[in-house]
Design a protein around this ligand. Sequence first.
Ligand SMILES: Nc1ncnc2c1ncn2[C@@H]1O[C@H](COP(=O)(O)OP(=O)(O)O)[C@@H](O)[C@H]1O
Ligand SMILES: [Mg+2]
Length: 354
Amino acid sequence: MSQKIAHKLVTKLTSSDRLQLLSVHSGSSNSKVYIYGDTQKEVFYAVKCVKDPRLSLFDEYARYLTLSKYYKNLPEVLNVQKVGNYEIMISNAYGTETLHRLICSKPKTCSKCLSIWSDVVFSLVDVWEQTKHNYLSEESPRPYKPRLERITKGVKEIKISDNIKLENYFNLPLKINGVIYPSLEECFSRLERVDAPSFGVLCHGDPQPSNVVVSGNGWYLVDWEWSGFHNDWRQMLSHMYGWWSYRYFSAETLGEMKIEFGRIIINHNYGFNNEIQNYQKVAVEVFTRMNGTWKDIQDINKYLGLLYFGEIRFLDYWNKQKLMPAIIAEAVKTTFGNAGQPFQYIDKSYHTYV
Ligand SMILES: Nc1ncnc2c1ncn2[C@@H]1O[C@H](COP(=O)(O)OP(=O)(O)O)[C@@H](O)[C@H]1O
Ligand SMILES: [Mg+2]
């Protein structure tokens, strides 16, 4: 249905009858993005279609306009409109590969990918430094509280067995690879206690490699749903680091989660590609550049913990349910992570909490 609308609108906008549908992408916001190309003229268009969006594409466009005053690496947005229940945004596509897909297609660390990633991260940080302002949580484009509520609800819904939800075991201590941690209840109440940053920044809002499109002569950022002023740089940094931790878990990651002797027992291993740490090291460097404090480290660990918990809801979609025990384990360990252990490299993170 949305494809028909997309085709009609992009044909009308470009007055071209040579457009071919080249690829279709499903975004994390329930969107479908159709990439069309006029192969004779070598021009490409991305048509993003969302039905009943969480954030209207008109608002996303307004956020794009704010961002575009500070970032040059953005495509041009050509049109936003509503057709029936759908909202449609048409922009130029200067490339058709994302950094994520490019990395996945290479067996070894790709130096071009790493250099693009460093460039993306440091371009964002340059703008953080230029746009420091008084942080107002109520103005944040990516408010923490509703995100926490959404994710908490999702974790409670996880089925331990056919009829029993994880919610029923929220008060039990956890034993993860032999180490005892307090309950999920305590974990989530810790996640509620993130302090405001000492300043806000303007940021893209979802800085991760599937929102970086690689073009012939560079890269550009798409997906401006969470962009704007009053972003917490520590949350942004947690994405720059944490995204890599779970997206690149390999098929060898195995684990089990069971209830035994009044505890949630998780035993697991990681199949984690160590080369991916090269991408994470870029984020660690940013922390030093931002002169982050001891308290910031604790909050970054909370943001990271929440990020990991939040990914669990996508496992069905990716058909990667078997990663769940390892991701829950990582989320718990990171949330309880001590200051002084920020950005735990995932395969060395067996710190203890007593
Ligand atoms: N302007 C564009 N140029 C090229 N590809 C794009 C463009 N916009 C979106 N895409 C592709 O569509 C995917 C989903 O779009 P995105 O805006 O990130 O949606 P969501 O908010 O649902 O994540 C991206 O990861 C990218 O592959
Ligand atoms: Mg996206």
